[in-house]
Design a protein around this ligand. Structure first.
Ligand code: MLT
Ligand code: MN
Length: 343
């Protein structure tokens, strides 16, 4: 898979090459930039306590296996101001690996290009990184009422003083421009929408298995990300239990889809011997199968389709596997940390 940051060492000074070059430069000015800073599901890859063959291979540095940190992406409309989507427990490492997210050389003594964090649910892999963003640094948090309630109810999140780090509610519908703590626009516009999913593991109501363990609409959301110019919207949906007709219609015409790639088969954690839950029980649709994401999104017009939030039991983490080949042949890419795109 071609990485977009591969250096191009060729020099072609023909007129066609120069005009292609200036077209590229113009596009870069108007493009929405995206960077996948964490492509794994909760636990990361390898997971600290996992001795399954995939984590073992990643730990050993086997060819075809890439280490991956937990679920998060960054977006920017201008290449200077960045919006994070989810804050993973690996955020310190992710910032260390991502120059765009570090204080600029001539920036103030304490500063960050991270202007806001949008949360797609209250899962540990999506919110725990907020605790590492303390230090009285202004930025804004955007989330649904449910996820804002989790932050409010758990006083440890007060390390982010709401007077410095405002918490803002995502509207139930309509487009919203993400602003920094002082209300300055970032140019990144989003629209959030509920997807089929499950309440965070630590909030499950075990007495209500028939009601998805007490899950409500909006416990898990997807996000449409766009800027005024550029090639079209990107959809980020790291957790999704089902693809229905409404979701298919929403995604039609997307420039890019970053979608829940937790498991390849619904029962793979059980088959691997590492857990008792199916993907469905965790609120994650499998890649394969008749109702899986590959099949159910096959007829939808989408520019690029990329799996994110990949669990450490998913065989596509082995780039030499039959499953990886199947996914690629179906037109999907498998995200890796550091993957960048301009849209
Ligand atoms: C999930 O995506 O299902 C959760 O992140 C699981 C977890 O809390 O570890
Ligand atoms: Mn997760």
């Amino acid at each position: 898979m071609a990485s977009l940051d591969a250096p191009d060492v060729r020099r072609d000074t023909s007129r066609a090459a120069i005009s292609a070059g200036s077209r590229k430069a113009r596009e870069a000015e108007t493009a929405l930039r995206l960077k996948i800073i964490g492509s794994a599901a909760g636990g990361g890859f390898p997971q600290w306590n996992c001795n399954y063959r995939l984590s073992r291979a990643a730990r050993a540095g086997t060819a075809g296996f890439r280490r991956r940190t937990q679920s998060s992406i960054a977006a920017s409309a201008d290449g200077r101001n960045w919006v994070l989507f989810n804050a993973s427990p690996d955020i310190g490492q992710q910032i260390a690996q991502t120059p765009q997210l570090q204080p600029g050389a001539d920036a103030p003594l304490r500063s960050t290009p991270i202007r806001a964090v949008v949360l797609t649910n209250g899962d540990v892999d999506h919110i725990a990184g907020l605790l590492s963003l303390r230090e009285r640094q202004p930025f804004a948090i955007y989330a649904t009422p449910q996820v804002l309630a989790v932050l409010a109810e758990n006083s440890i999140f007060n390390v982010l003083d709401p007077a410095i780090v405002p918490r803002r509610m995502l509207p139930p519908q309509g487009e919203l421009e993400i602003c920094d703590a002082d209300g300055r626009k970032t140019g990144v516009k989003i629209e959030s929408f509920a997807v089929a999913g499950k309440v965070a593991l630590y909030l499950e109501d075990s007495s209500r298995p028939q009601a998805d363990y007490g899950s409500d609409k909006g416990d898990t959301i997807g996000v449409r990300i766009a800027r005024d110019k550029g090639r079209g919207p990107v959809f980020y949906i790291p957790g999704c239990a089902r693809v229905d007709a409404a979701l298919r219609a929403r995604l039609d015409g997307a420039a890019c889809l970053l979608f829940d790639g937790t498991v390849y088969t619904d029962g793979e954690m059980i088959a691997a011997g590492v857990g008792e839950k199916t993907g469905g029980r965790m609120g994650h649709l499998s890649m394969s199968g008749e109702a899986g994401s590959i099949a159910s999104l096959a007829g939808v017009k989408i520019g690029r389709r990329i799996f994110v939030h990949i669990n450490n039991t998913n065989p596509v983490l082995d780039e030499n596997s039959a499953e990886y080949a199947t996914v690629r042949a179906a037109g999907w890419e498998v995200a890796f940390d550091g993957m960048e795109m301009e849209l």
